[in-house]
Structure formats: structure tokens, C-alpha cells
Design a protein around this ligand. Structure first.
Ligand SMILES: CC(=O)N[C@H]1[C@@H](OP(=O)(O)OP(=O)(O)OC[C@H]2O[C@@H](n3ccc(=O)[nH]c3=O)[C@H](O)[C@@H]2O)O[C@H](CO)[C@@H](O)[C@@H]1O[C@H](C)C(=O)N[C@@H](C)C(=O)N[C@H](CCC(=O)O)C(=O)O
Ligand SMILES: Nc1ncnc2c1ncn2[C@@H]1O[C@H](COP(=O)(O)OP(=O)(O)OP(=O)(O)O)[C@@H](O)[C@H]1O
Ligand SMILES: N[C@H](CCC[C@H](N)C(=O)O)C(=O)O
Ligand SMILES: [Mg+2]
Length: 471
């Protein structure tokens, strides 16, 4: 592709790639110079040009010498649009999911439902890039725009026609997942998280709403979990913009959840759709997993899926890695569940999911990540103290913070909890404490394979440690 094709000018230089990190610039690259949270990417423009950048997308005020300056008030957005032209074609149907909790689960379930319908489907999110054949981790929920678009294009080359991806609030506010047509966008819920980055709830919600205000195709569908107090805002936005609206949940109109009966290993759902009543046995426990399954079904239906077949396929959903995953049974006979709850609302949801399944005590072990929203720690403690019968506060990923200080902030909300910093010792204690009627819930790290301490990642897997402790 020639530079002029992208910029509308007559520049004939051949574009060889895109980069947002000057260390990845090669001759022929278009470099995106963005002002970040850590450093100002504009400082690296001279180095990028030296390395062979032929054009630089940057603010009007930035100084670019020796390469074409593609100036824009919103360089991240401009860069995404140009890079998308370079990387296209993409899978014919792409859908995006935002919300505080449930994104990973919804994209994974959407992928599974599409596959059951016979499509070559993939998902991108916290679990990495997942297809029917493999899963490759990317490290972030929403990788940087270059990685994202090149992955999406790679999937299309492999024959993937249907893609579901997570649009995190960080990703949305940094235009990390832009450029490709989005046929449907889903909203799961909004509760406290990431206020270290966004400042307040209004700014956090605003970042998420970008998916519906800017990213979703004008003739695409908005799929909304209708039972969240914030859902009407999303619905109003979709109506005002003329998007098709697909609502799911007890207050939903497209898929109305009229009954939910927990069973031993799952739940029976009664769903009203298009004037018909359907019943299906979802093989996953917890109201939150039913919500995510219905949202996924909404996305599939919004992109042309058959209503009856999609609802019937819910009976064949496989568990999502690290989300209420049953890791082990203790010697006393207590099941040990691993879940990725790392917000107050998610802890509440995970506790509520397990409560109907225990006749004894719910023993909860969790911590909170360092260098992340500090204000959620005390409410996480409160949610734990209110819902669980025994609470152990331990370390999650301390990152650059003092782990004892993180625990102390959680303990303000759960003063009666036991404090065991070492996560392995805490898991061992929870397992040892459980009697035959009890349930153990290990929350916060889900599928994660490492514990981030300082700038080191130490191998750690809650599921594996639970199995060792229960053996
Ligand atoms: C706070 C945050 O979101 N940071 C992300 C963001 O960084 P930034 O734009 O602030 O970048 P910066 O480090 O200040 O650098 C500015 C610019 O200079 C460039 N640069 C920098 C150094 C250099 O030597 N040369 C150079 O060119 C950088 O590539 C960047 O474009 O863009 C980077 C590249 O895309 C990301 O790697 C980085 O993620 C950091 C590592 C991170 O921890 N992010 C977490 C908080 C995150 O994004 N999490 C969400 C999860 C949310 C959820 O699921 O709940 C996610 O989507 O994964
Ligand atoms: N619909 C929901 N309502 C409330 N809590 C939920 C919901 N879905 C998931 N959770 C809780 O949030 C945890 C994380 O779920 P999931 O990974 O699907 O969300 P996510 O939005 O992708 O999270 P992240 O922001 O870390 O990527 C689950 O383990 C569960 O505890
Ligand atoms: N996507 C979330 C994951 C948090 C998981 C938890 N284990 C932690 O480290 O806080 C984040 O980056 O905030
Ligand atoms: Mg996720």
C-alpha cells in the first residue's frame, strides 16, 4: 500500500507497517506518537524517523521533521482508522462487549454459540485470542491497536468469519480496538472499578459508552443486559442514534428471563422470545453466568442467529476458564471454586452464585491487585464480610505496592477476617478449614498463571495450588 492511498496525497512511498512504540519502527512504518500516562510518545518522534518512519500521526502541535506529519486533534483515533485500512480485510462479523464484569465470559460464550451454529468463530479478550483450535495469550484484555488489528486480520486469513472481542474501558478511551466495522455491541453492567485511571464513575461510564456512541456501526445492534440500573442510559443512546436494540434479562424484551431455577450442576432457565416460551438447562451455576449466557445469545441473535436454535444451544455451553471453575474437592468433601471476582460487585455475584449450593459455610479467600483502584478495596472487604461465613484476606498481584498495606485496606471492610498474606498458605488454610457441607471460593485471579510482585511474575495458578492443597 502507498502512503498516498492512506493520506489522500500523492506520496508514493510504500507503507510497510504501523507502530506505536518507536522501538518497533522499521523502514516504511507509520508511527503513532501519543501522549501516554507514563511518557509522551512525541518525545520518540526523532528516533522513530531515524529508524525509518515515513509518516507520524501526532497532534497538530507536535514537531515532525524528516517524515510526513499526519496531524490530527485525536491522533489515536486517526491512527486506528489508517491502520485499519492497512490491515483489512477482517472477519465479516465482529461484535464487541463492554461492562465492568462479564466481558470475557460473554465473548467466550458468543464464540461457543457461533461455533455450535457451524461458524468459524474467534474471541479476543483477557483470555487471549481464542479459536476452536487454540488460545494464545496477549497479556492485556484489549491489546494495543497494532496488535489488535493484526490479530484480527490474521484471524480473517485463517478463515474466521465471526469475531467477538472485549472492549475494556482503558481500551475504549485509548482507541485500542477501533477501525473495523462493529455489527453489534453489548453492555453487561456498570459498577466500581478502575477509578485510579478514570477518576470518577461518570468518566468511567463515559469511556464505556464510547462503544455505543462512536464505535458501533450506525446500522448495527445494541445488545443490553436490561437488569442493570445503568442500562437505560445505554438503551436511550442506542435509540437516539437509531441503532437496533436487543434487550435481555428480566426486564429484557428480546429475550425475557421469566424463570431461573438452580439445579445441582446448573440452572433451568425459562425465556420468553418472540411470543414463545422456551426452557433450557444451562450447565453453569449462578445468576451472573445466566446473565452472561443470555447476553451472548443476544449478540448471536443480533447478528442473524436463529432464536430457537441459539436458546437450545445454551444447554451445551462449556465453562469459561477461571469463572466459577470447580478446581478440586477437599478430602473432607468440600468443593473448591476458583473465580475471577476482583471488584465488590463481582464478589457479591460470585458469593450469590455459590450460596444456593451450600448447606454449610461459604469460605472465601481473596485479595486485591496493587497499582489498581484503591477505593474498591474496602467495599470488597464489606462485600466479603456481608456474604461469606469465613473470610481469609490474602495477596492478589501486589505489583509495585506493599502487600500488607493492600490487605489492611481490605480489612477495614472485613475486620473479622483472617489475614494470611502468602496466597499458597491462604489456599491451604481455606481448604483445611472446610468441612463436608462447606464450599471454598478462591477469588480474584481466575485463569491467571502468575503472581505479579514488583516487576517480577512468579508462576502461580489458583487451580493448581487448590488441587495440591486438596490432595
Ligand atoms: C494505563 C494504561 O492503560 N496503559 C497502557 C497504555 O499506555 P500509555 O498510552 O499510557 O503509554 P505510555 O507508556 O505512557 O507511553 C506513551 C506512548 O509512548 C510510546 N513509547 C513509550 C516508550 C518508548 O520507549 N517508546 C515509545 O514509543 C508507547 O508505545 C505509547 O504509545 O498503552 C500501552 C500500549 O497499548 C499499554 O501497554 C499500557 O497498558 C499498561 C501496561 C497496563 O497495565 N494497562 C492495564 C491497566 C489495562 O489496560 N488493563 C485493561 C483491563 C481492563 C479490564 O479488563 O478490566 C486492558 O484492557 O487490558
Ligand atoms: N454479569 C455479571 N454480573 C456480575 N458479576 C459478574 C458478571 N459476569 C462476571 N462477573 C464476575 O466478574 C468476574 C470476571 O468475569 P469476566 O472475566 O467475564 O469479566 P471481565 O469484564 O472480562 O473482567 P476484566 O475487566 O477483568 O476483563 C467473574 O469471575 C465474576 O465474579
Ligand atoms: N483486568 C483487570 C484484572 C484484575 C485482576 C486482579 N487479579 C488484579 O491483578 O487486580 C485489571 O487489570 O485491573
Ligand atoms: Mg475480561
Amino acid at each position: 500500500m502507498r502512503l498516498g492511498t492512506l493520506t489522500g496525497g500523492d506520496a508514493g512511498a510504500v507503507v510497510t507497517g504501523f507502530a506505536i512504540d518507536h522501538r518497533k519502527v522499521a523502514p516504511g512504518t507509520i508511527f503513532g506518537a501519543f501522549q501516554g500516562t507514563q511518557v509522551n510518545g512525541e518525545d520518540f518522534i526523532p528516533a522513530a524517523v531515524k529508524a525509518g518512519a515515513i509518516a507520524v500521526v501526532a497532534r497538530r502541535g507536535a514537531v515532525v521533521e524528516g517524515a510526513l506529519h499526519i496531524a490530527d486533534d485525536n491522533p489515536r483515533e486517526k491512527f486506528a482508522q489508517l491502520a485499519a485500512q492497512f490491515f483489512a480485510p477482517f472477519p465479516g462479523i465482529a461484535v464487541a462487549v463492554t461492562g465492568t464484569n462479564g466481558k470475557t465470559s460473554v465473548v467466550e460464550m458468543t464464540r461457543q454459540l457461533w461455533r455450535m451454529a457451524g461458524f468459524h468463530a474467534a474471541s479476543i479478550g483477557t483470555l487471549g485470542v481464542t479459536t476452536a483450535d487454540e488460545r494464545v495469550s496477549t497479556g492485556l484484555t484489549t491489546p494495543d491497536i497494532v496488535t489488535f488489528l493484526s490479530n484480527v486480520a490474521g484471524l480473517a486469513r485463517e478463515g474466521v468469519t465471526h469475531l467477538a472481542f472485549e472492549a475494556s474501558s482503558h481500551g475504549l478511551s485509548q482507541y485500542r480496538t477501533e477501525g473495523l466495522p462493529v455489527r453489534a455491541a453489548a453492555f453487561t453492567n456498570l459498577s466500581r472499578d478502575h477509578l485510579d485511571y478514570h477518576g470518577d464513575m461518570a468518566a468511567y461510564f463515559h469511556a464505556k459508552l464510547r462503544l455505543f456512541a462512536d464505535v458501533l456501526d450506525l446500522d448495527g445492534a445494541a445488545v443490553v443486559w436490561a437488569d442493570d440500573p445503568n442500562s437505560p442510559r445505554v438503551e436511550d443512546l442506542a435509540r437516539a442514534r437509531g441503532n437496533r436494540l436487543v434487550t435481555v434479562g428480566e426486564h429484557g424484551e428480546t429475550l425475557r428471563l421469566v424463570g431461573r431455577e438452580p439445579t445441582l450442576l446448573g440452572q433451568g432457565l425459562t425465556i420468553e422470545a418472540e411470543g414463545q416460551v422456551y426452557t433450557v438447562n444451562l450447565p453453569l451455576i449462578g445468576a451472573y453466568q445466566a446473565a452472561n449466557a443470555l447476553t451472548a445469545a443476544g449478540l448471536v441473535i443480533a447478528t442473524g442467529g436463529d432464536v430457537a436454535a441459539t436458546i437450545a444451544n445454551l444447554a451445551r455451553l462449556q465453562p469459561v476458564r477461571g469463572r466459577l471453575e470447580r478446581a478440586a474437592i477437599t478430602q473432607a468433601g468440600a468443593p473448591v471454586y476458583v473465580d475471577y471476582a476482583h471488584t465488590p460487585d463481582a464478589l457479591e455475584a460470585a458469593i450469590a452464585a455459590l450460596k444456593p449450593h451450600t448447606s454449610g459455610r461459604l469460605i472465601l479467600m481473596f485479595g486485591a491487585g496493587g497499582d489498581r483502584d484503591r477505593g474498591k478495596r474496602e467495599p470488597m472487604g464489606q462485600a466479603a464480610a456481608a456474604g461469606a461465613d469465613r473470610v481469609i484476606v490474602t495477596d492478589d498481584n501486589p505489583r509495585g505496592e506493599d502487600p500488607a498495606a493492600i490487605r489492611a485496606e481490605i480489612l477495614k471492610g472485613a475486620p473479622d477476617a483472617t489475614e494470611i498474606g502468602d496466597r499458597r498458605a491462604a489456599i491451604a488454610a481455606a481448604v483445611a478449614m472446610a468441612g463436608s457441607e462447606d464450599i471454598v471460593l478462591l477469588a480474584g485471579k481466575g485463569h491467571e498463571q502468575g503472581q505479579i510482585v514488583g516487576d517480577r511474575v512468579l508462576a502461580f495458578d489458583d487451580v493448581a495450588v487448590a488441587r495440591e492443597c486438596a490432595a
